[in-house]
Design a binder for this molecule. Structure first.
Ligand code: ADP
Ligand code: ASP
Ligand code: MG
Length: 410
């Protein structure tokens, strides 16, 4: 029998009524002749609530204990869904990440999947059962429970689809697919029928939370087609797959917003070889990822250097920066959490240099100042003030006619 993996996000299993709706859909897939493997997220905001509870007790909970706590959310959802499917007369059994054979490294909170050993899942499928797996979690090579980073259930789904050679991985969420912008920010955003892995990677890296970045990387590496769709309707959603040679590449696929970064500026940094290496080695040693980096032209041997990091890492970065400033002899540093990054993504922009200018002009026309810029061959990102972020997304979306009206740079 062909295998299908269906992953349901937090809103889709947010309460018992929603769980019943999901159970109906799961049973339908079974009746259509599939071996069904379901991956669930924690119900609603459970993960946030568990995290907040831990923070109330300690500002710095041990990562191992935090992982143990957070994985409980997905266990609740998986067992309730198994109960709902069984109640429909369709055999189902639930499994934790560890039982499902999701083996990870031991980096708590951000663990990477190193192997998938789906022996028990195969046995249950052979017994005619629907398999329900807790997303977002695994077991480390040293036998501790781990989590895969926020949004990690997407990656569980894709990893199981790859290991079981499933037809595809369906990602059921609270929107109808991947849109030209977050439909909650831009109401005229249009659903995309198809996006390539490369475009989706850039969109996810630029902050479009609809798929976890790692899940897209995993899908591309293993050739797993992803179908992002709504658990609230039966409409087809968006296919994320290899480039289709017969279809002309869209100039632009969408606009993404990342409002979870902060800017750090080192002032009056001595401008000589080795300084950047010292700074970013120290940041990397704390396992803090740096996104954009801008170094200004130097005046009298000194220059300012700015970069962005995840806002949540700012407290950890402070200690590092104190040391770095002393090491390199800079004047000092400042941090700014009031920024947001707006990105335009599209494979077609490679051959259209005017796209960048049009994007900057759209921001200028709105009176929005650009603080930093970075580009890749299929993405342009601008850092703006956080309070301007939604207006920036809307202005760029309009300028490129992404709602389906006239596009500027065709
Ligand atoms: P789930 O809980 O199902 O995993 P997420 O909240 O992780 O759902 O992801 C879905 C959300 O992603 C949507 O509600 C939407 O606000 C947001 N989003 C951001 N950018 C996009 C985009 N380009 N297309 C669709 N949704 C987007
Ligand atoms: N429940 C986890 C989170 O909120 C994992 C997921 O939803 O994918 O991040
Ligand atoms: Mg998600």
């Amino acid at each position: 029998m062909p295998v299908i993996v269906q992953k349901y996000g937090g809103t889709s299993v947010g309460d018992p009524d929603r769980i019943n709706v999901v159970a109906d859909r799961v049973v339908r897939a079974r009746e259509e002749g599939y071996d069904v493997v379901v991956v669930v997220s924690a119900m609603g905001d459970t993960t946030d609530e568990l995290f907040a509870m831990a923070q109330e007790i300690s500002a710095a909970p041990e990562p191992r204990e935090l992982d143990m706590l957070l994985t409980a959310g997905e266990r609740i959802a998986m067992s309730l869904l198994a109960i709902a499917v069984n109640a429909r007369g369709c055999k189902a059994a639930s499994y934790t990440g560890s039982q499902a054979g999701i083996i990870t490294d031991s980096k708590h909170g951000q663990a990477k999947i190193v192997d998938v050993r789906p022996g028990r899942i195969r046995e249950a499928l052979a017994e005619g059962k629907v398999v329900i797996v807790a997303g977002f979690q695994g077991v480390s090579t040293t036998a501790d429970v781990t989590t895969l980073g926020r949004g990690g259930s997407d990656t569980t789904g894709v990893a199981l689809a790859a290991a079981l050679e499933a037809e595809c991985c369906e990602i059921y969420t609270d929107v109808e697919g991947v849109f030209t912008a977050d439909p909650r920010i831009e109401s005229s955003a249009r659903k995309l029928e198809r996006v390539t892995y490369d475009e989706m990677l850039e969109l996810a890296a630029a902050g479009a939370k609809v798929l976890q970045l790692r899940s897209v990387e995993y899908a591309r590496r293993n050739g797993v087609p992803i179908h992002v769709r709504s658990s609230f309707t039966d409409e087809p959603g968006t296919w994320v797959a290899e480039e289709d040679e017969s279809v002309e590449q869209a100039l632009i696929s969408g606009v993404a917003l990342d409002d979870e970064e902060a800017k750090v500026t080192l002032e009056e940094v001595p401008d000589h070889p080795g300084v950047a290496a010292t700074i970013f080695k120290a940041v990397a040693e704390e396992a803090i990822s740096v996104d954009m980096i801008v170094q200004n032209v130097s005046h009298r041997g000194k220059t300012d250097l700015s970069f962005t990091v995840p806002r949540a890492d700012l407290p950890r970065l402070t200690g590092v920066m104190d040391r770095v400033v002393a090491d390199i002899g800079a004047h000092g540093y400042s941090t700014d959490a009031g920024i947001a990054k707006v990105s335009l993504v599209g494979a077609g922009m490679k051959s259209h240099p005017e796209v960048k200018a049009d994007m900057f002009d759209a921001l200028a026309t709105e009176g929005i100042n650009i603080e930093m810029i970075s580009t890749s061959s299929i993405r342009v990102s601008c850092v703006v003030r956080a309070e301007d972020a939604h207006r920036a997304v809307q202005a760029i979306h309009r300028r490129f006619g992404l709602d389906g009206s006239d596009a500027v740079s065709e």
